[in-house]
Design a binder for this molecule. Structure first.
Ligand code: KG4
Ligand code: ZN
Length: 360
């Protein structure tokens, strides 16, 4: 079985893994949160510099933990897009140098496809998810609903028209002063809601009937409006742009829990009902939930309860960006002999699915 190194540097994590077949031998991830608290999100220039500093030590640690020698590797897989240009370049160039030095193939991986392939990690290759599968890929930058067909390609059903699901989690968490990344923080606050607090706030759901598209900006704005009732609109506006503000710290914890629970319920409801409908309409044989937001337990449970076909999801540890999913996706490219070009380039706006028409 092939021994593959996977390198992920598309956003704020430097993550490198070694895989043999579908088994993870090691994964080492360094998350660069420096600057995030100060600026309210990932700062591209800082992320790029941090990847440069981290990549060699992370690589050394991944090789050491896997207890292999670099010369044992069969291929190097690396994310070439989508993501931040300055971050992608660091990973791609490092990977290129390694592959050339070792004289082994370089595999250029689509980060969003890799999120989906994270479902194959640790799984018996004889029992992969049955295709066609309807895939909901929800991350910090994307919300895509696709059909993955037997040809291995994704066909687009719908996508967000404004904010990505993870981005909505992150922005709402910022308004509620819950920290970054917002998804885990909102999930935690929502889980701490207790009867004495009251019910979750009821927030709007954009159904966009007749399409498979999503929209989360109305939901985000509703949270923002509700919060501004307490804070005064101009103050809430400032917070929303990420400028630090102390009064938020003094907000009532029970209101924050009700808002977090209400937001999570609204976003989960829309994601689940649209995915379930898409699965029925496409006669899918399975559903795949992937991307950072797929780490959300209430989303995982609600989707499992709503669909009639098997649900495949990565283990929670493999939902957020990691090198293992890159190596996993790379193993399919290696199998098909799809090696990177001699001078591969990054593609910061690479899509998961470019075809919107399903084949007959
Ligand atoms: O896939 P990912 O690690 O990075 C991108 O490719 O964007 O996704 C990160 C996103 C963030 O927006 C984060 O808030 C969200 O995934 N996320 C979650 C949870 N864990 C991470 N959202 C909801 N619930 C979670 N438990
Ligand atoms: Zn990602």
């Amino acid at each position: 079985m092939a021994l593959i190194l996977g390198i992920e540097t598309s956003c704020d994590d430097t993550s490198i893994s070694v895989m043999r077949g579908a088994d993870e031998l090691s994964v080492v991830t360094q998350t660069h949160l420096e600057g995030v608290a100060e600026f309210g999100g990932v700062v591209p220039e800082m992320a790029s510099r941090q990847h440069i500093a981290a990549i060699a030590p992370v690589y050394d640690a991944a090789i050491a933990r896997a207890a292999i020698r670099a010369t044992d590797l069969d291929a190097i897989a690396v994310t070439y897009g989508p993501g931040l240009a300055g971050s992608l370049i660091v990973g791609l160039n490092f990977a290129r140098g390694l592959a050339t030095g070792l004289g082994i193939p370089l595999l250029a991986v689509n980060h969003m496809e890799a999120h989906v392939y994270a479902c194959w990690i640790g799984r018996d290759p004889a029992h992969p998810p049955e295709l066609p599968a309807v895939c909901l890929v929800v991350s910090g930058g994307h919300t895509d609903l696709t059909v993955l067909r037997e040809d291995g390609r994704h066909y687009l059903l719908g996508r967000t028209r404004d904010d990505a699901a993870g981005e909505a989690f992150d922005k709402v968490a910022r308004v509620l002063a819950l920290g970054f990344p917002g998804g885990p923080a909102i999930e935690k606050a929502a889980s701490e809601l207790n009867p004495a607090d009251g019910d979750p706030y009821v927030l709007p759901r954009a159904r966009l009937e007749g399409t498979h598209d999503f929209s989360f900006s109305g939901l985000k704005t509703a949270v923002y409006r509700a919060c501004s009732g307490k804070l005064g609109p101009s103050e809430a506006e400032r917070i929303f742009r990420g400028e630090p503000s102390d009064p938020l710290q003094a907000r009532e914890p029970s209101a924050i829990r009700r808002m977090a629970a209400g937001f999570q319920a609204a976003i989960t409801d829309v994601l689940v009902s649209k995915t379930a409908l898409a699965a029925e309409e496409s006669a899918a044989r399975s559903v795949i939930l992937a991307g950072g937001v797929a780490a959300n337990t209430s989303l995982r449970e609600a989707l499992a309860a709503r669909i009639a076909v098997p649900l495949f999801m990565p283990r929670i540890a493999h939902c957020m960006d990691n090198g293992t999913m890159i190596a996993m996706a790379g193993s399919f490219l290696l199998e098909r002999g799809e090696y990177a070009a001699d001078s591969p380039d990054i593609d910061p706006s690479l899509e998961l699915a470019t075809d919107s028409h399903l084949p007959d």
